[in-house]
Write a protein that binds this ligand. Sequence first.
Ligand code: AMP
Ligand code: ZN
Length: 113
Amino acid sequence: MCIFCDIVEGKIPSTKVYENDKVLCFNDINPAAPVHVLVVPKKHFDDIRDMASSAEGKEYLGYVAEAIDEVAKIKDLGTGFRVINNCGADGGQTVMHAHFHVIGGVKLSEKIL
Ligand code: AMP
Ligand code: ZN
């Protein structure tokens, strides 16, 4: 049982921003910026390392990249944005279904890298 699988299957509601047959993008319930969209592969992978471990997972990473570009267009993020992937407990991952935070709509000044 996984909350993002439930969202993908429509069992839990979400505010959809973009969807295709491989990826669902929806607003984060606890936004960290004016734009905070989660880009979620429709197939369950535990994290980005799990995605990297199979040919299918690597295909999905490409679909994720395309979806990030679609979100940037839909949300008018042409002046820039940030993509964050928290991986594993020490990386701060709380939902163990791989996902990518697209954050923007404001000049992001707090940088750690
Ligand atoms: P992470 O901490 O990187 O695993 O990110 C998980 C994100 O999922 C957090 O930013 C949460 O706010 C978000 N989240 C959890 N449940 C929901 C939900 N039902 N709808 C939208 N976002 C959610
Ligand atoms: Zn899942």
